[in-house]
Write a protein that binds this ligand. Structure first.
Ligand code: ADP
Length: 443
């Protein structure tokens, strides 16, 4: 016999005792009026009746409480009080269990919500059960308002609608992001449970852009190399098949050397770009003497110009001497590229001014100002793109690869500075590199 049974027996016993006590009292009182048995039984029945009326009332109060069991149960004596107490305990245990499960579910959803991928949960009829904040962003949905809506009423991109309805989810599908932005999404659906669907979305805009850039780059490089190679092949055929005079032979060989040079410059620029892109950020404790650097730039520039342009090199440092931090070969390449462009795009006789000056707020700037052909405003934002040229034939004729300004931009950005371009067609251009204060010091 367990504790509940013995407790119940004691309660039943107490009730029997009360009825018996009532009966005995009636029997004792009945002796004085001559009806001990009648009065005894009546009193016992009255006691049982009173007890059951009291029980009904208590049971009713307990039922009332059970309809809305949020508060404490009514304070009832005896059996009903015990029942109320125990029911409350069972409810409390269940409530705690539900709260625990809710907290775990919330934790789980928060973890999914923290994912960089978007997640949509769909029911068997493609109505939305849950939307992660990233998915809301990707598809342009509202995580609360759009719940229980059919997903295809809100995400109408044909590629997605077709993918969802086709039911073959082995491969992912690409489509445009919501909000009419230019972003690209990769969407993958996984089925689970009884016809439920998990929709995963990933923003692949950057990856797509990088892929396009890589493809364009390879196409551009191939194109740049194919032209001189075709010319070279033509000359090789000529040399092999035609009887040439010594003068003609020399001319062909000179032209062949020019094409080979062109390929060599291109390969060298490509290597420089690859090396800059692949190496870590330049340290700021390798110092380069600015006087020596500018002297080298001047010598190279003048050699390139061959006295065709008046070239002035100025150092605005109030007679003091400075150093710049970074990779010397990179700074030389960036500055040299600007001077070389000025020489190549400036007609004979027009001046070129090269200047290194301290900036009032710290730091310095290097600028090359030419009186050359200038650049129309619509080209300026694109000049630093690889292989972008305003006039392709002029660039190639002067030994240009279309990579110079992308090298310059990379170098400057790696050193924490920026490249500024101002130009006016027919009047000339100024290219300016800034050097951050942390990379300039007086010696
Ligand atoms: P390129 O090898 O063709 O000169 P760059 O990347 O150095 O390649 O320059 C990109 C384009 O910017 C050039 O093709 C040219 O059209 C233009 N450009 C660069 N510098 C100048 C300049 N100083 N004056 C006029 N145009 C310039």
């Amino acid at each position: 016999m367990d504790s509940t049974d013995s407790w119940l027996l004691s309660r039943v016993g107490a009730r029997l005792l009360t009825a018996s006590a009532g009966g005995l009292a009636g029997w004792w009182a009945g002796r004085f009026i001559g009806y001990p048995l009648t009065l005894g039984m009546t009193a016992a029945a009255a006691a049982v009746l009173a007890l059951s009326v009291a029980d009904t009332l208590k049971g009713h109060r307990l039922l009332d409480w059970l309809r809305t069991p949020e508060a404490n149960p009514p304070a009832l004596p005896g059996l009903w009080g015990e029942v109320g107490h125990r029911v409350q305990r069972v409810i409390q245990v269940k409530d705690d269990l539900i709260a625990d499960e809710r907290a775990r579910l919330q934790e789980f959803l928060s973890a999914i919500d923290a994912s960089p991928n978007g997640v949509l949960l769909l029911d068997a009829t493609d109505h939305i059960n849950w939307i992660s904040s990233m998915a809301a962003d990707h598809f342009g949905l509202n995580p609360e308002r759009d719940l229980q809506q059919r997903v295809t009423n809100l995400v109408r991109h044909p590629a997605f609608v077709q993918y969802l309805s086709a039911g073959d989810y082995r491969d992912a599908v690409k489509c445009q992001m919501g909000h009419g932005t230019q972003g690209v999404l990769q969407i993958q659906i996984r089925s689970y449970g009884d016809g439920l669907k998990l929709v995963l979305s990933q923003d692949i805009t950057e990856r797509e852009r990088a892929d396009t850039m890589r493809r364009d780059f390879v196409a551009n490089v191939s194109h740049e190399i194919r032209t001189p190679l075709t010319v070279l092949n033509g000359f090789i055929e000529t040399l092999g098949s035609l009887p040439l005079t010594e003068v003609e032979r020399k001319r062909v060989i000179t032209l062949m050397a020019q094409q080979a040079d062109r390929m060599q410059i291109l390969v060298s620029d490509l290597l420089t770009l690859a090396q800059i892109e692949g190496s870590p950020r330049p340290s700021s404790d390798k110092w380069i003497n600015v006087d020596a650097l500018m002297l080298r730039i001047e010598t190279d520039g003048k050699a390139l110009s061959r006295e065709r342009h008046p070239m002035h090199v100025t150092l605005e440092t109030q007679g003091k001497h400075y150093e710049m931090a970074g990779v010397e070969s990179e700074w030389l390449s960036a500055m040299g590229n600007l001077v070389s462009n000025a020489v190549r795009y400036t007609p004979e006789g027009a001046a070129i001014d090269v200047r290194w000056a301290l900036l009032p707020g710290g730091g310095a700037e290097f600028s090359v100002k030419d009186g050359g052909i200038g650049i129309a405003p619509e080209h300026i934002p694109r000049l630093t793109e690889r292989f972008y040229r305003v006039d392709g034939s002029r660039s190639r004729d002067t030994g240009g690869t279309g990579l110079g300004l992308s090298i310059v931009k990379h170098v400057v950005q790696r050193h924490g500075g920026e490249l500024r371009i101002s130009s006016e067609p027919g009047k000339g251009s100024t290219f300016t590199l800034t050097v951050p204060a942390a990379r300039v010091r007086q010696v």
